[in-house]
Design a protein around this ligand. Structure first.
Ligand SMILES: Cc1ncc(COP(=O)(O)O)c(C=O)c1O
Length: 470
């Protein structure tokens, strides 16, 4: 069971810098009423985040209503790629509202035309040439599973229905997405799990030596042989019976790409066996990895790409981008969604994508990524007994806290570091992954000064958490 943060206001040192202000006790006493109201009326699962009542968010900052201001390292769960409250995004939303179209279902609209064309243009591949707009990430991964299985059956009959995923993978919390994901705890409620949805180990270098490219005996060949062996161990004797293989571009709790050679072998394997390769880029897409899409790091092109979160930097919009022959498997009115390409969400998304390109935000992301790499690895050296792993790509970084000198994760320590950082004006979401990963994923517009300041605070917070633990 996840943990809640305490609601007793603590006196903390005042902070007043260009990027942070802490001038009240934390959590703020007046804000407790709102948190208690939410804890009363919402399911418990909604109560796991640090107790900051968001009043406004702008650029890289989150503000409460009591004069406190945080540097946001969460991007609101990896959404605010072009910054919170981006002025272009806000203008596009306002213009669409004032223009007078709030929804239009699957009836045609000009904004849906513009946005779908833009998404295909920025995807910039020959094969990915159709896009289906949806609302949530989970909706897009469900749709990808459905498309892969439909394609499989068309090509190989009712045997070609296996969906292969990876251990620890997260694709959303709906039934199909959880079955395709690799988190057993999340799907135990389903009981009758689909026996044709299987997961095998992801090449995760923290967990598996065979996947650690720093080892002298590492090879892509061996890594891929292990993948094939694991498929056989799961009873997949005929690879032709696989309809789809789904992977996150990087797994959220580790922020680690698949080794490039492995990804290329996977691509070839899918082509040879007519398997739909699905990349879940819901976190990785639209600049987060310092490329427009994370799959570009591996010089491969998947058959389906799922996007969400940072695509709009704001309002809910997700999509499935795919090969025409897969995307067109359903006839008119057979694959729809009530809010597909909602015009206000579509306007926000188009504005955010344009901003990302015109202001060269991806270049900034790459620059900031080097700072994260250098500074977070230094932190690992400094706290070498308590930081077990640091990895990242672009502006998605994972710092995993462990029990002194072991590889056993330390959820309590991670929880405390997030709390103390909040008290000092740096906001992260609650630890992710197996429960001890501090996730560093600020808006891609963050500058060097603010990023360094946030990492200084993280350093202080780790020191204080370790001191308090003694
Ligand atoms: C990789 C990945 N896939 C899918 C999802 C599900 O997206 P949503 O919460 O919008 O349904 C998430 C959300 O955290 C995610 O990180």
């Amino acid at each position: 069971m996840g943990k809640q943060y305490g609601l007793i206001p603590r006196k903390v040192a005042a902070v007043d810098t260009k990027y942070r202000t802490i001038k009240t006790e934390i959590p703020n006493a007046q804000s407790i009423r709102v948190i208690e109201q939410l804890r009363k009326y919402e399911p418990k699962s909604m109560s796991g985040q640090p107790p900051v009542v968001w009043d406004k968010a702008q650029g890289i900052n989150v503000f409460d209503a009591y004069g406190n201001k945080w540097i946001d390292l969460s991007s609101c769960v990896v959404v605010a790629n072009t910054g919170h409250g981006n002025s272009e995004v806000k203008k596009a939303i306002r213009d669409m509202v004032d223009h007078g179209l709030l929804n239009n279902y699957c009836f045609p609209s000009a904004i849906r035309g513009e946005l779908t064309q833009k998404i295909i243009e920025v995807t910039a591949t020959e094969s990915l040439n159709k896009v289906f707009l949806l609302t949530t990430g989970g909706e897009s991964t469900e749709c990808a599973i459905k498309l892969a299985r439909t394609y499989g059956q068309k090509k190989g009959g009712q045997k070609k229905i296996k969906i292969i995923g990876f251990e620890d993978a997260f694709h959303g919390r709906t039934m199909g997405a959880q079955m395709a994901g690799g988190i057993p705890k999340g799907k135990s409620w389903i009981v009758n799990l689909d026996k044709d949805m299987l997961q095998v180990p992801f090449p995760n270098s923290f967990k598996y030596e065979w996947a650690d490219q720093r080892n002298a005996d590492y090879s892509d060949e061996r890594c891929f042989e292990i993948f094939l062996k694991n498929l056989k161990n799961e009873g997949v004797d005929d690879f032709k019976n696989i309809a789809g293989i789904m992977t996150e571009t990087f797994q959220g709790g580790w922020c680690q790409l698949m080794p490039k050679g492995f990804a290329q072998k996977l691509r070839n394997f899918c082509t040879e066996n007519d398997i739909v390769l699905i990349y879940d880029e819901i976190q990785a897409g639209f600049g987060r990895t310092a490329k427009m899409f994370g799959f570009q790091h591996s010089d491969i092109v998947p058959d389906i790409v799922c996007c969400g979160k940072g695509i709009s930097s704001s309002l809910p919009l997700s999509c499935v981008i795919g090969r025409e022959d897969i995307m067109d498997l359903f006839g008119p009115n057979e694959m729809t969604s009530t809010h597909t390409g909602n015009p206000v969400c579509a306007a926000a998304t188009l504005a955010s994508i344009n901003y990302l390109i015109e202001k060269e935000i991806i270049k900034n992301c790459e620059k900031m990524s080097h700072i994260c790499k250098g500074r977070l690895n230094k932190l690992k050296e400094k706290y070498n007994k308590n930081i077990g792993f640091v990895s990242g790509i672009g502006l998605a970084w994972a710092v995993i806290l462990v029990k002194e000198g072991t590889k056993e994760i330390d959820c309590d320590l991670a929880h405390d570091v997030v709390r103390i950082s909040m008290e000092k004006g740096v906001l992260m979401f609650a630890p992710v992954g197996a429960g001890a990963t501090l996730k560093i994923c600020p808006p891609l517009v963050i500058n060097e000064e603010a990023l360094n300041e946030a990492i200084d605070v993280l350093d202080e917070a780790i020191a204080q958490a370790l001191y308090e633990k003694k």
